[in-house]
Design a protein around this ligand. Sequence first.
Ligand code: PLP
Length: 377
Amino acid sequence: MIPIARPVLGEEEINAVRQVLQSGQIAQGPKVKEFEEKFAQYIGTKYAVAVSNGTAALQLALIALGVRPGDEVITSPLSFFASASSILLIGAKPVFVDVEERTYNMDPTKIRDAITPKTKAIMVVHLHGHPADMDPILEIAREENLPVLEDAAQAHGAKYKGKMAGSLGDAAAFSFYATKNMTTGEGGMVTTNSEEIAEMVSLLRHHGQTSRYVHKYLGYNMRMTEFQAAIGLVQLKKLDSNNMRRREIAKRYSGELSDLKELILPIEEPWAKHSWHLYAIRTEKDRRDSIISKLRELGVDARPTYPIPLHKQPIMERLNDGNRNFLARIFPSISYANVSLPIAEKLTNELFYIPIYHNLTEKEVSKVIDSVRKVFS
Ligand SMILES: Cc1ncc(COP(=O)(O)O)c(C=O)c1O
């Protein structure tokens, strides 16, 4: 079976970890600092702060941007759960704005209607690695005096109008989870040009400690280890060439499947550079799951997209369960029962992913293409 993702860690990563083991410094130290400097340089921001995972990066960035319990944060309903849970975990409320049908990212024309006096930030998700249309979003944010956080967990190396994803808003969060375009096993990074945000995130990841055992803020333990940073430094060096290979594979898929009228293939807007984290194909709702089963029978793993939009997740229906949920105190009438986001709801039933990663061989790419064609013949 050709798997849906295949993280590859080679001799260089093994040697980097060995060096950390031999150094005796295994908790956050000089490797983390070096990884932060190199990552900031790559993204083109003044600062990068490493944390334990992408969800922590989102959560700490939101707090550093001033989001507090009772506030609202605008975000996309078509994303991994962390885009909502990072907001909920600090006692704020996600307000979902429907996505548009070309890139599957939040529709900028629908953001204004979602803004209320309680809105404190806009969290933009660059889904699948295709950047969101940032200019209109940044314009609304400027007019409304709202900070913008990019969820760039899937967008390492993606660009918007020539600028790196992760350098476009007030702050951005990256994930280095095992299947991402670059990995540290688990890991995350906040990028920003603001010294104040960088400083707050680095305090919050380390118990809010300003000097040894002195805690000025209520923080967390969300630090990155030296092992993770050592792997990250190696992975970062390979990111551009690995992304280039993903691009070649996407080009073959898009070229050799384009005549299949039952499929809507992913696009790359003229202003965008996709990181091709996921190759998302759209088809009819009634056929999607049987297509996936048939592909698996043919030895190609395929996966449906997030099966439930974020506003329909089971936890979202129980947020005002007073006895069990602290959010019920902050939002006594919180409910998503009447929220309707038709495009995101439709897409959760129509999108699926086929394998895309740098170490897919040409033979494997051909097998994926042949299998998809066979399913439709
Ligand atoms: C869009 C998006 N946001 C946030 C996250 C959370 O990152 P992590 O799994 O590192 O916590 C992920 C990835 O898993 C993601 O895909």
